[in-house]
Design a protein around this ligand. Sequence first.
Ligand code: SAM
Length: 204
Amino acid sequence: MQLSAQDFQRWDDTPDEYFYQQPRMVTHIDDAAIAAVTQLYREYLPANGVILDLMSSWISHLPDDVDYKYVFGLGMNAAELAANPRLDDHLVQNLNVNPTLPFEESSFDGASICVSIDYLTDPVSVLRDLSRSLKTNAPVVITFSNRCFPTKAINAWLQRDMQGRLDLVETFLTQAGNWTNIQQLDRSPSPATDPLVAVIAYAN
Ligand SMILES: C[S@@+](CC[C@H](N)C(=O)[O-])C[C@H]1O[C@@H](n2cnc3c(N)ncnc32)[C@H](O)[C@@H]1O
């Protein structure tokens, strides 16, 4: 897939700090779609592992009945992250300014990116550094639905349907170059709910 600089532009190109200044203590997908995200985490993220919730907020959707050794959240709003009961620690970092993650190599056993990958203007760099931050064979679970903040999503996202977005995320991971066993899943609960799809991949 050929992508141009225009594909990564957004309608609102003001610094993300403005848009994410106000905390949004809301859910971005319906309860059934959230349950599908939680089920994916149950299946793919190792219990008792050290987990990175990238592009995190006040809620991580991790299963209540599964213990993790440590959960780290990185996002844009300090109040949201401080209110997230699953996080042991957190950091505010604008990945569109600095796509390099402040972690040692092989720090995490698994990572999640929920309904957020569409806001990255350099997703390939972020995903490449995410693989570096994960242990070999650790999974990332990237989930999304058909909702977004359109002014903040990249053009390539807005121009595609759900299958096109799955292929786009797979392309980001392939171009990052350090992911294997990339899989697309459709876990949409029913036609009456928000759709929920995922791309899973494993760090090299
Ligand atoms: C739609 S919310 C989803 C939040 C959470 N993952 C969830 O499932 O509810 C988008 C998230 O992406 C994060 N985000 C957006 N732009 C970002 C950026 N430039 N750098 C880091 N995080 C960003 C925001 O902090 C926000 O929490």
